[in-house]
Design a protein around this ligand. Structure first.
Ligand code: SF4
Ligand code: SF4
Length: 453
C-alpha cells in the first residue's frame, strides 16, 4: 500500500503524504525521485535511474531533500490512527445533533428529490409542536456532558410548518438555560415561502441557513419546478440574494445539485458567484442508473475537467479579490478537528439522527422510510441499539475500498446512505462518488498550493 499520492495539476507537481497530511509542491526531479522511492527502490537504485535523465549533482540534492522530509515525519509516514480505531469503536456515544423533519410536504416538485416531494415513501405530514418538543427533550437527555447541540429544521420544506419552527426555537432557548446547553439551529429552505419576517427571525436565531438553488435559470427551473411545471428561479433568487446580504455573506450557503443535464456545472457555480453569493455548494446528484439524469461512469472525464476549470477560475478570482467559497474544495489540510471525525465522518446513526414528523428516529434523513433502519422514537428512545453499533463500527478501516484510498482522511469513508442505496449495506462505497471525491481533494490541494505562492 502506497503511503503517498502524487499527481500533476495546473502546472504543479504535488506529493501528498497520506498519513501525515503533508503536502509538497516539488520540481520534476523530486517528483520522479519520490515515485521511485515509493516503488521500494533504495536511494542508490533510485539515483541510478534518475541519473539517466538528470545530472548527478541535482539527483544527489533531490534525494537529500527527500531524506530530509522523511526525517521530519513529512514523507512516507506510517499510519498512527489505525491503533486509535479500537478505542474509537468502543467509545460512549452521545447524541449531539438532530435533523427534524418539520414538514414531510413540499411546494416544489424537484426531479431528483430523495424525499419524493417531501413524502419520504410515506404520507404527507407536518411535525406537531408536541413531537418537536419531545425531540428536543430527547436530545438534551441523550447528550451527556456535551453542551453544544445542533438542530436542523429540515423537510420537505420546513417553511410549510413555520409556526412550529418558531415555537420550537423558543422552547429550545428556555431549555438551554435550564440544562446548561446551547442550541445551534439551522434552517434548510427552497425559498418559495421566504419573506422578511422569516429572514428576520432566522437572522436572529439560526446559526446557519441552507438555501436550495441549482445555478443557471434554465438548470434550476428544469430540476426545481413547481408541481404544475413552472420554474421557481425568478421567485427565489432575489429573496436568497437579500437573505445572504442580510447575513453579511456568512453563516449560510446556497446549495445545489448537478446532474447529467448540466455536466458543465462549473457554469452554475460561477453563475451563483456572479449573483453575489460567497458561500456555495453544488454537489453531484446521487441517483440510480435507471434515472435519465443520473451520473454515469462515462461522464467522469467531463466532470473532472469541470472541476479543474472551476479550480483555476477560483484561483484567478481569489487573487483578484473576488473570491468565494466552494464547499467541496474546502478541505482542512491540518487534519480536521479530531482524529475520530477524520475516521468516520458525518456521525449518522450515532451522534446525528433524523426525526420524522411523528417522532420516529432514523440514522439520517436519507434513511427515513427504510423500515430496517427505524431505530426507535423520541418518546421511548433508541429501541434498536444494534443499529447505532452498526454505524459506530463503520469507518475508513472497516471499508475495503477506503483502506488504500489516498482521500480517506478527507472523506472519512463516504456516505453510509449512498453505500446502502447502491449496495444494500452501509459498509461499502459508491464508486462514482469516490472518484469524484478523489478529484475534488486533488483540486482542493492544488488550490491551496497555488494560493500559498
Ligand atoms: S473516496 Fe471512497 S474509497 Fe476513498 S475514503 Fe472516501 S469512501 Fe473510501
Ligand atoms: S450518511 Fe450520507 S446522507 Fe446521511 S448524513 Fe451522512 S453523509 Fe449525509
Amino acid at each position: 500500500m502506497s503511503l503517498i499520492h502524487q499527481y500533476k495539476n495546473n502546472g504543479y507537481n504535488i506529493v501528498l503524504d497520506i498519513n501525515s497530511g503533508s503536502v509538497h509542491v516539488v520540481d520534476d526531479l523530486v517528483y520522479d525521485a519520490v515515485a521511485l522511492l515509493d516503488k521500494g527502490m533504495s536511494k542508490e537504485e533510485a539515483a541510478g535511474k534518475l541519473k539517466e535523465h538528470y545530472s548527478s549533482e541535482a539527483v544527489g540534492s533531490a534525494l537529500e531533500e527527500c531524506q530530509c522530509l522523511i526525517d521530519q515525519g513529512m514523507l512516507f509516514t506510517e499510519d498512527i490512527y489505525e491503533n486509535a480505531i479500537e478505542t474509537f469503536a468502543k467509545r460512549e456515544t452521545v447524541v449531539k445533533a438532530l435533523c427534524l423533519h418539520i414538514a414531510h410536504d413540499c411546494n416544489l416538485a424537484c426531479r431528483y428529490c430523495f424525499a419524493e416531494e417531501g413524502e419520504y415513501h410515506g404520507k404527507r405530514d407536518l411535525m406537531s409542536y408536541e413531537v418537536g418538543r419531545q425531540a428536543l427533550d430527547f436530545l438534551i437527555a441523550n447528550s451527556g456532558n456535551r453542551r453544544n447541540l445542533e438542530v436542523d429544521f429540515f423537510g420537505g420544506e420546513p417553511l410549510m410548518n413555520w409556526e412550529v419552527v418558531k415555537k420550537l426555537v423558543e422552547y429550545g432557548r428556555e431549555q438551554e438555560k435550564i440544562h446548561d446547553k446551547k442550541f445551534r439551529f439551522t434552517l434548510t429552505t427552497n425559498g418559495v415561502q421566504l419573506n422578511d419576517e422569516i429572514m428576520e427571525f432566522a437572522n436572529k436565531e439560526m446559526a446557519n441557513v441552507v438555501l436550495s438553488v441549482d445555478g443557471r435559470k434554465e438548470i434550476h427551473d428544469l430540476m426545481r419546478p413547481f408541481p404544475k411545471g413552472a420554474g421557481s428561479y425568478d421567485l427565489v433568487i432575489p429573496k436568497f440574494q437579500k437573505f445572504a446580504e442580510l447575513r453579511n455573506q456568512d453563516k449560510y450557503y446556497v446549495r445545489g445539485t448537478f446532474t447529467r443535464h448540466n455536466l458543465d456545472f462549473s457554469k452554475d457555480v460561477l453563475h451563483l458567484a456572479d449573483l453575489g453569493f460567497k458561500q456555495i455548494s453544488v454537489e453531484p446528484v446521487v441517483a440510480g442508473e435507471n434515472e435519465e439524469y443520473a451520473l454515469r461512469e462515462e461522464d467522469l472525464p467531463v466532470i473532472y475537467e469541470e472541476y479543474d476549470r472551476l479550480a483555476k477560475e477560483m484561483i484567478r478570482r481569489e487573487k483578484a479579490g473576488e473570491g468565494f467559497n466552494f464547499f467541496h474544495f474546502m478541505i482542512d489540510l491540518t487534519g480536521g478537528p479530531c482524529v475520530y471525525k477524520r475516521l468516520s465522518g458525518c456521525g449518522s446513526g450515532t451522534e446525528y439522527l433524523a426525526v420524522t414528523p411523528w417522532g420516529d428516529l432514523y440514522p439520517c434523513h436519507q434513511f427515513v422510510g427504510e423500515e430496517k433502519y427505524l431505530m426507535g422514537n423520541v418518546f421511548e428512545g433508541i429501541k434498536k441499539p444494534q443499529i447505532q453499533e452498526e454505524f459506530k463500527g463503520c469507518n475508513v478501516y472497516t471499508k475495503e475500498a477506503c483502506k488504500d484510498c489516498f482521500a480517506r482522511f478527507y472523506c472519512s469513508g463516504g456516505c453510509a446512505a449512498n453505500s446502502y442505496k447502491f449496495h444494500g449495506t452501509i459498509q461499502d462505497t459508491y464508486e462514482i462518488g469516490c472518484k469524484l471525491q478523489r478529484k475534488r481533494v486533488e483540486c482542493a490541494i492544488m488550490i491551496k498550493a497555488a494560493l500559498a505562492e
